[in-house]
Design a protein around this ligand. Sequence first.
Ligand code: SF4
Length: 263
Amino acid sequence: MASFTQADLKDLNETFEHDSPADLLRWAKEIFGERIAALSALQRAGCVVCHMMGGLKLDIPVLFVDTGVNFQETLETRDRVAREYGLKIISLEPSQTMEAQTEQYGVLYLTPEGQKQCCLMRKTEPLLQAKGQFDCLVGSLRQADGGRRGNVPILSIDTQMNCLRINPLAKMTDEDLEAYLVQHKVIVNPLHSQGYTTIGCNRCTTPVLSNEPKRAGRWRHLGSWSAYCEINPTDRDGGISKSIDLPADLIDRILGRSTDFAI
Ligand code: SF4
C-alpha cells in the first residue's frame, strides 16, 4: 500500500477539465474495474449519472442509502432506474429502524447536534458497511450546486471510505443538466415537479418557494439552510482531505504512470 493525497490529483484534475462525463466514467471503469461503484440518492443529477452508466453499459453497481425514512417516491424512482437502465442498485440500511432509534435517543433531527448524530447513524454508517469493497465511488455533485459544492473537484479523496470520489458532472451547468434530462427523457423523482428541488429523508425535506435557495428545503426546521448530511467528503471538509492508502500499482494507473517491470 502507498499513501495518496488530494495534492497528487491536482494535475490529473486539470487534464480532466474538458473531458465529457461519459469520458470520465469510461476512464474510471477502466482504471478501477470491479472496485468501483456509484453512490446515489436518485435525485436529478444522480439519475443523469445512472442514465449515462446504463447507456454506456459500464456494469457499475449503485449504492443507495435507504435510511428507512425516504419518501415512497424516492424508493419507486430507485426501482424504476434499476429496472429501466439495467443497473444493479444495492440498498444499504442503518442497523436500527427509525422507531427503535427514536425510542433509544428521542427525535434527534430536531436539533443541529441531533441531526449530525441521526445522519451519522442513518447515512454515513450504512455507507461504511461498503468500506474496503471499492477504491472509487462515482457521485453526482456539481459545482453549480453552490454552497460547499461550489468548488467540488472532479476527483477527490475520501479519507472516511479510503477511496477516491469521482464526480463526472462537476462542471455541468444547471442549463446543461436540464437539457440532458429533457433530451434523454431521464427518469426523475416525481417530487421534483412538486417543488422539492433537492430530496432527502421525509422527516427533513420540504418543497421550496421559487425565491428561496435550492437547499432551503433541507433541514428547514434547523433554520440555517446550511446543513449537510456529510456523506460526501466535499460537504465535510471542502475536498481538502489528508491521505488514503491504495495499492502502489493502482496509484500508478490512476496517475497514468507506466511501471517498468523489467529489472
Ligand atoms: S436527513 Fe433527517 S431523518 Fe434523515 S438521517 Fe439526516 S437527520 Fe435523520
